[in-house]
Design a protein around this ligand. Structure first.
Ligand code: 0L1
Ligand code: MG
Length: 264
């Protein structure tokens, strides 16, 4: 597979996704109009979106791996994970109020985030390489927001929509990887005081560091590397749960403390 869309079509689809993201409205999945669209076409649209956001003054702070748990891949009917970019404008402080009026279908996921202190470049990057290049890990909540009507999407469209990236919140307690077992970190997610999800970090490709390695290897295919100082979300441990105004979500992690966020 390769990029099949013309430059004109990439720009057209990017403008469609950018409008839906910045003005918070739902659009039909892109493959309705472009049924032959490939995963590489999806990344071409995502790269154009990244170029535009950076041109508009956003700063790239890192990347996210998505669809990294078996449950989520099965739910979506896909067998490969995806990646998306993260900018400073998507970050929100812990326990702040996130406005749902700026979002289409917000849902929350519990993730382990990595902060790197060495450059990583594929191909062939392994989980051990990721651990060697990790400064610390911290707990995070990702707020994903698929812009596609009725959640009717496919991998190509999701990748073009930057992997449904919308907001992210880091917090809790940062730890060195040598002090924790990255595979067995438990997490309990509560919404308004009720437990709505739980899991262990091994749900993410057996070890969240594997997801970061996969991400760096996909970056290589896109002609990119992961610079030192990057913030990387490794993928949802728990199922994504819908949120609405008034909700308070707290994710309690074994060994990593907790992260909370409110919705207004
Ligand atoms: O973060 C992710 O796992 C990406 C999910 C993309 C599909 C969705 O919006 O559920
Ligand atoms: Mg996620």
């Amino acid at each position: 597979m390769s990029v099949t869309l013309s430059r004109e079509d990439i720009v057209r689809l990017c403008e469609r996704v950018e409008g839906a993201q910045t003005r918070a409205y739902a659009i039909p999945k892109l493959t309705n109009e472009y049924p032959g669209m490939t995963i590489e076409d999806g990344y071409a649209v995502q790269s154009e979106l990244r170029r535009r956001f950076i041109e508009q003054g956003h700063t790239l702070v890192g990347w996210k791996a998505g669809l990294t748990s078996k449950a989520k891949m099965e739910q979506m009917g896909v067998n490969v994970p995806s990646i998306g970019f993260l900018t400073d404008k998507m970050a929100r402080p812990e326990n702040s109020v996130i406005s749902t009026s700026d979002l289409v279908h917000p849902r929350v996921e519990c993730e382990v985030a990595f902060v790197t202190n060495k450059d990583l470049a594929g191909p062939g990057v392994t989980a051990a390489d990721v651990i060697a290049a990790t400064d610390y890990v911290l707990p995070a909540i990702e707020i994903i927001d698929s812009r596609f009507s009725g959640f009717k999407f496919d991998l190509e469209s999701v990748i073009a929509d930057n992997g449904s990236s919308a907001r992210y919140v880091g917090g809790g307690r940062a730890r060195h990887t040598k002090d924790i077992d990255l595979r067995t970190l438990g997490v309990v997610m509560e919404k308004n005081g009720e437990v709505i999800g739980m899991g262990a970090s091994a749900a993410v490709l057996g070890n969240p560091a594997e997801a970061v390695a996969m991400l760096v290897n996909i970056l290589h295919d896109l002609g990119e590397t992961l610079p030192a100082g990057s913030f990387v979300m490794s993928g949802g441990i728990t199922e994504a749960v819908a949120v609405q105004p008034g909700d308070h979500v707290i994710a309690r992690y074994q060994d990593l403390g907790s992260v909370s966020i409110r919705f207004g």
